[in-house]
Design a protein around this ligand. Structure first.
Ligand code: PLP
Length: 485
């Protein structure tokens, strides 16, 4: 993509990019408004990035109301520009501090995002490099590296060598892309068989992520609920009943979850896979949060059956220590996804007609950032063993939390944790008490733990995906829930 000499503000003339390539016959002029000012701005940005990347501990910070921000920051977009000093100052001193740090070790709400320093730092490089990640032609080196990273994930799941996919912004887009591929495949098959069927249903449990219901609405598909067992899992027999009752030919996909967001429940994937195979229904596994558990020997057996998935997602920005926003989407037979997703246009023919791997052909969207590279860099630097160890360490902290909860008479586990999420109740607390405690923890810059709801009851939930969250942290947070004696 890059043409011409290193950026020096002057027209490129005889300077080759690398020694030995000789004088280039063609050159483009490179213009700058003011190279010195640009360099100072770049330094200011990179200096702050370096400082933030190496901060220890990171501040938790807090949200601000819009009127507070109007008061503190005022208008930033002006005709003359504020200059980099003032703009950085506004960001560092005010705007950044009005955002919670999801990598704070006491941030246990939702699913935190706690990237390795290497991954977060490499995101700066991705931004700096102007790489177009949609096609092999333009982004070969980056796509090659992304694909090796996807291969690591596919191997963890036991998917065949033919498997492949793409990094997309998040689990929502990953689920949508997989489901669109599933429907396209089912309808193409129905058309080819002349059956006249038009499959429009998805089977999923109530515990499936909200994105499944939302994306089904986008697709004008109908979600049919599969009742869960006592352990809150989808099982083969329950799925079979639902599919038979509604007619197998009406379904184009089953969505199983390998680690529900609220509880970390892994469905009975082997049982679900068997029913999908029997009826010829696409088997999608949503591992946006929990898929990382595949790398951890202590929980790997929970995922048995995932190797049969037609498609699978995992969000490295959740439990694989990559920065926002990143979802690995994998297909057993990528050409089925390619048939569903390739965009056709005259100006794209040069790409779509090529036999190379064009990531954009496997998901919703055309233009793409090479968002898999931060994970790739960190994985290449540390090696996969370090990832196994880090994931196991978060599981050990979660088990410690569960044991501490059981040990304390004022607390009660709602369900034994499968993965790194633990949900529990505080005896005697009303919903308002939970909220007041949450507010106090945040005000004290100590922890961010929001309540959750399950079957109408307000409860507390820890999601542990940050290796910097220690056993001492969770014990200290639990201590703050003790009754005042
Ligand atoms: C987080 C999550 C999603 C949605 O992923 P985004 O990256 O937030 O779009 C989907 N499914 C599950 C199980 C999740 O935990």
């Amino acid at each position: 993509m890059r043409v011409g000499a290193p950026y020096d503000g002057r027209p490129a003339t005889t300077t080759p990019r690398t020694a030995g390539t000789g004088v280039r016959p063609y050159h483009l002029p490179v213009h700058s408004f003011d190279k010195d000012a640009d360099a100072a701005a770049v330094d200011a940005v990179l200096d702050y990035a370096r400082e933030r990347l190496l901060m220890d501990p990171v501040p938790l910070d807090r949200s601000r109301s819009e009127s507070e921000l109007v008061e503190m920051v005022g208008q930033t977009i002006t005709a003359e520009g504020l200059g980099h000093d003032r703009t950085m100052e506004l960001f560092v001193d005010t705007l950044a501090q009005a955002c919670l740090s999801t990598d704070h070790p006491g941030y246990l709400s939702f699913i935190p995002c706690a990237p390795t320093r290497e991954a977060a730092a490499f995101d700066v490089v991705v931004g700096a490099s102007s790489i177009y990640g949609g096609s092999w032609l333009e982004g070969a080196g980056a796509v090659y590296a992304e694909n090796q990273t996807l291969r690591w994930v596919a191997d963890l799941a036991g998917m065949p060598q033919s498997a492949g996919g793409v990094f997309v912004p998040g689990g929502t887009v990953g689920n949508l892309s997989a489901l669109v591929a599933a429907r396209h495949t089912a309808r193409a098959r129905a058309l080819a068989s002349g059956s006249g069927d038009r499959p429009y249903r998805i089977a999923a449990t109530d515990n499936a992520h909200s994105s499944v219901v939302s994306m089904a609405a986008v697709m004008d598909a109908e979600v049919v609920g599969v009742p869960v067992d006592d352990l809150l899992r989808m099982t083969g027999p329950a799925l079979r009943r639902v599919v038979e009752e509604h007619g197998p030919e009406t379904f184009f996909a089953v969505v199983a979850t390998s680690g529900t967001t609220n509880f970390g429940v892994v469905d009975d994937l082997a049982g679900v896979a068997e029913v999908c195979r029997e009826f010829g229904i696409w088997f999608h596994v949503d591992g946006a949060y929990g898929g990382a558990g595949l790398a951890a020997p202590s929980v790997r057996p929970l995922f048995d059956g995932i190797e049969h998935a037609d498609s699978f997602i995992v969000d490295p920005h959740k439990w694989l220590f990559a920065p926002f926003d990143c979802c690995a989407l994998l297909y057993r037979e990528p050409e089925l996804a390619r048939a569903a997703h390739t965009q056709h246009a005259g100006y794209l023919d040069v790409l779509t007609a090529s036999p190379e791997w064009n990531p954009t052909d496997y998901s919703i969207g055309l233009t793409r950032r090479v968002r898999g590279l931060p994970l790739w860099f960190s994985l290449a630097v540390h090696g996969t063993d370090a990832y196994v160890e880090a994931i196991e360490s978060t599981l050990a902290v979660t088990r410690h939390a569960a044991a501490e909860i059981e040990r304390r008479p004022y607390l009660e586990l709602v369900r034994d944790p499968d993965l790194s999420v633990v949900v529990f109740r505080r005896h005697g607390w009303s919903p308002a008490d939970y909220q007041a405690w949450t507010d106090r923890m945040l005000e004290d810059d100590f922890a961010f733990v929001v309540p959750t709801t399950f079957r109408g009851e307000v409860l507390t939930r820890f999601a542990v995906v940050n290796p910097m969250t220690t056993k001492e942290h969770v014990s200290a947070i639990l201590d703050t829930m003790a009754p005042l004696s």
